[in-house]
Write a protein that binds this ligand. Sequence first.
Ligand code: BEZ
Length: 212
Amino acid sequence: MATIRLGDLAPDFTADSSVGMINFYDYLGDGWGILFSHPADFTPVCTTELGAAAKFKGEFDKRNVKMMALSVDGAVSHAEWIKDINETQNTTVNFPIIADEDKKVSTLYDMIHPNADNNLTVRSVYIVAPDKTVKLIITYPASTGRNFHELLRVIDSLQLTAYHKVATPADWKQGEKVVVSPAISTEDAKKLFPKGVEEIKPYLRLTPQPNI
Ligand code: BEZ
């Protein structure tokens, strides 16, 4: 297993899942992807997370992001657990959950951290761009459920960088000013961002969010 770093190609794989055998790259097509692991089926935090993810599917779709979950339990277990998630979280799980019983994918993506737990995956998140490069990696412990609002916020930021050459400041939210990349001169920025460029310092330039 090699360490995966930002900018690396996301490793491709074919694995069993809650919807049958699935190939990661084929599933992503030419869109964005989010691959997230959870420790185990029939556990409380994971149940709430997968319910939250299912409710946000429309938001991920709007951003052209395909969701894929993973745990080291099998497909039969996933099928039973999905019934519980749908019932208790009042939703319908609408994305595949990889059944990584042989730990092939979790090993490929370094999702098992033996000093935390030898057998179960931690809460890893990988966001993959259409060119299949890894744009974001986050790792949460088993005891902390992820914030799906934050995952959408970070996808908005990544897509602003990819499509509009801007960065986003601390605690940025949709509609707020964004940061002009240090690689762009203020003169060029004024041409690129016709809504205006505010130069607070030569290295700190703000512009209204370009895509709204
Ligand atoms: C949970 O999803 O609730 C959980 C799973 C493994 C360890 C701790 C919590």
